[in-house]
Design a protein around this ligand. Structure first.
Ligand code: ATP
Ligand code: MG
Length: 349
């Protein structure tokens, strides 16, 4: 069994244990939209609207993993940044602890501090996310120093504990990031994300910059930590096998829109939207003997500066002749139990 296969089996075992728990919603995105103003001259004159995220809604349950997939530029990271409060939505709300996170944070600094501690991130490139001039103890200890009243001694003890938690050793707290391998640096990123006991960790391509053999180890670590701390994850990844085995539920984005949402296994086994079918067909099958028809989509993804009217997928749809959605965009509807799809006659034909 390869490292990756062994990791996937392990992931499945742990996930089944987690699933036996009842899940409550931790965070809910309601009709979130993000429009960037791009280009333009003095004081923004002549600038254009770029719709990066267009009216999407989904929930992340406690202790579970929600996956977001879709082609480059479809708005996954922008969605993640809004959840991390690094970008403010143009419209819509993010509900956390029963309240609108952005609105409440404006008047309630305690709520904002709690939100920021509870929602952490691990990014794709461990090089870029760790300050090369800081020792590991300062990198991991920094959030504790800023957000807690812990003494230096307590912080050092917590850093040592976190290093061991992510499979490193306490003595390594005196080292600099360049003294670690790529996989170890990603472990440091995970340790830093864990330092404030978060409830949700946004994982934006957490293993794609790593060597294949290391990916399995980091996936295992993330799954073990999820089980231990009942963490929720938002996982953004291009590698569909990783998404399939790590996620409970997932959403498929296209040009800022959520096209389909279902339990991860349902979405892989029975994709309904033509875009999802094409996306899934591009993934390698789990066994070389499994036959599959690869669906090649024609044309490029349209520009988010000038999206097509109606269904944004319509110009590339496999079944344009029957299309009824070129004017009115279809909305997400439940087509099968807990399986939502934004389709019209042509999208699922
Ligand atoms: N700060 C910004 N200003 C203007 N446009 C932006 C900004 N951030 C993102 N965009 C645009 O928003 C769209 C969505 O970008 P985003 O980074 O969310 O895509 P993505 O799905 O994460 O892509 P990838 O898979 O390549 O990481 C893109 O067209 C991008 O150019
Ligand atoms: Mg991205």
């Amino acid at each position: 069994m390869t490292d990756v296969n062994a990791a996937l089996v392990h992931v499945n075992q742990v996930k089944n244990q987690i699933k036996s728990k009842m899940a409550n919603t931790l965070i809910e995105l309601k009709n979130i939209k993000k429009i960037f103003q791009v280009g333009g001259g003095f004081l923004g004159s002549g600038s254009k609207n770029l719709t990066a995220v267009n009216d999407i809604s989904f929930k992340i349950e406690e202790g579970q993993t929600y996956g977001l997939v879709g082609e480059s530029g479809c708005g996954k990271t922008t969605t993640a940044k809004m959840i991390l409060m690094l970008e403010e939505p143009t419209a819509g709300s993010i509900i956390y602890d029963g309240q609108d996170a952005f609105k409440t944070s404006q008047s309630n600094p305690e709520y904002k501090k709690n939100y920021k501690s509870s929602v952490q991130a691990v990014f794709q490139d461990p090089w870029a996310s760790l300050n090369p001039r800081m020792r590991v103890k300062d990198i991991i200890g920094e959030p504790l120093e800023i957000n807690t009243d812990m003494t230096k001694k307590q912080i050092q003890a917590r850093v040592d504990e976190l290093l061991v938690e992510v499979g490193l050793q306490a003595y390594q707290s005196n080292l600099y990031p360049h003294e670690f391998s790529g996989g170890q640096r990603q472990r440091l990123g995970v340790a830093r994300a864990l330092s404030l006991n978060p409830k949700l960790i946004v994982l934006d391509e957490p293993v794609s910059a790593l060597d294949v053999s290391i990916r399995a180890q980091i996936m295992n670590l993330l799954v073990d930590l999820q089980k231990e701390y009942n963490l929720s994850y938002l996982l953004i990844a291009h590698h569909l096998a990783t998404v399939r085995y790590m996620c409970d539920k997932m959403g498929v984005m296209y040009l800022g829109n959520l096209m389909e949402e279902a339990k991860a296994s349902d979405l892989f086994d029975d994709p309904l939207h033509n875009y999802t079918k094409a996306l899934m067909s591009a993934a390698l099958p789990s066994h070389p003997d499994i036959e599959r028809d690869e669906i090649i989509l024609e044309g490029d993804v349209p520009s988010p500066l000038n999206p097509p009217p109606g269904c944004v997928f319509q110009p590339r749809c496999l079944n344009q002749s029957k299309c009824t959605c070129s004017k009115t965009p279809p909305t997400l509807k439940e087509k099968k139990p807990n399986h939502m799809v934004a389709d019209c006659i042509c999208c699922t034909a």
